[in-house]
Design a protein around this ligand. Sequence first.
Ligand SMILES: Cc1ncc(COP(=O)(O)O)c(C=O)c1O
Length: 469
Amino acid sequence: MSSSVVQSQETDISDVLVQLIAGQEQVFLRRQPRSTELIAQAREHLAGGATSNWQIAEPQAVWMSHGNGSKVYDVDGNEYVDMHGGYGASIAGHAHPAIVAAVSDRVRRGTHFAQPTEDAIWIAGELSRRFGLPLWRFANSGTEATMDAVHLARALTGRDLIIKVEGCYHGHHDSVQVSVLPDADEIGPRDHPIGVPGNSGIASAIRDLVIVVPFNDPDAVARALAEHRGQVAAMILEPVMMNAGIIPPDDGYLAAIRDLVHAEGALLIFDEVKTGFTTGPGGVTALTGVVPDMVCLAKALGGGIAVAAIGGTSTVMSAIADGRYEQVGTFNGNPLSMAATRATLTDVLTPQAYTHLEALANRLRTSLEAVIAQHGFGWQVVTVGAKGCVTFRRDPVREFRDFLQIDARLGHLHWLMQHNGGVFLPPWGKVEQWLLSVQHDEDDVDRFATNFARFSATLSRFGPGAVAP
Ligand SMILES: Cc1ncc(COP(=O)(O)O)c(C=O)c1O
């Protein structure tokens, strides 16, 4: 860095961050020449040179070779502690012996019949035990699960409107692609947020069926219900928001909104696609005891194989049982995903595994808080089970509008410094940070803490006031 960067409270952190990010991006690119080559090749026939837009990072996507235990390896041979966790899915770590055995056995005996296999019965029973909802169906992605849940709510109530929380992500189907990650200048007033399309291609007629409310505000839900009396089919939310950093619910919030929607004849849907097994064995549903009408699961459920599930009350799921709603899919409950899921629930997500995850989360949290205190940054460390993040802000984040105030460049610089220091995290660093797996150990979380200390020391030269609003 140039000596002209003045080390004082008054330093313009914008210039400093731009310089630091540019330097780290150079290091990043020097370490990954093979990824650069593959991206150039891929662009010929893979749109955008990747298989999902979320795989594209700045300065470039990281192409992977393999994973084992808590580690992943890129095509240049660099090893990383994997705390990206495949966007909240890889709680089993990589190549977990129980999942390898179950999947290998199933592959030899056929992976697709479009007919149920016995594992599905055991899994439905186990999910019922963990989440307190009696009836289940399977699908292949979180998007499908929340799509079925919204359809079911509309089918059961005969109503069209959905209440959705600003900043929650529920997958990429039309009914929920509203106000996912809108910009500050698009969102409108807090008491009547504007429904901002979360992608192109979303018909305005569908967007108009979504009423957006802030998180952690039961009064806003009451108001939305009153303003659309008799028209709301359901409210859908992540019971702990995990696509805008991590935003836990206030005490009593989930129970309050359940009572409000029920009083108006509407249903409550918990999207536990991300929280389902990362926060505990029965997700936020079991942690809080607030059992909604429907729970959506995916990600960690299959231990690394694509699978999703929708659970519901007898009343809700009767619409499937009697054919009023056709819940379908060629690969639903396919034997491969069922074998992986059964192994995950039996051998991976055990009570001992959650004790291990909690100990690691506490160790990491203690280390990070010590570094933050040392530099006087006042940032928040938020951990819920195996998921966690550092919020680069002095005040706790209670809703999406608080999250918008965080300087995204701090997250990106942190991501780059973790990456160059051998810890793999979700790109950009602001929306999502870490997931621990059952195969992580103390050395793994200590590597994260060491990189974090280096990142903090780099910033501390500019004074605590410069880096935390
Ligand atoms: C809370 C939540 N719901 C739904 C989804 C969609 O899941 P999928 O990407 O499997 O379709 C995601 C994905 O990140 C999610 O975080």
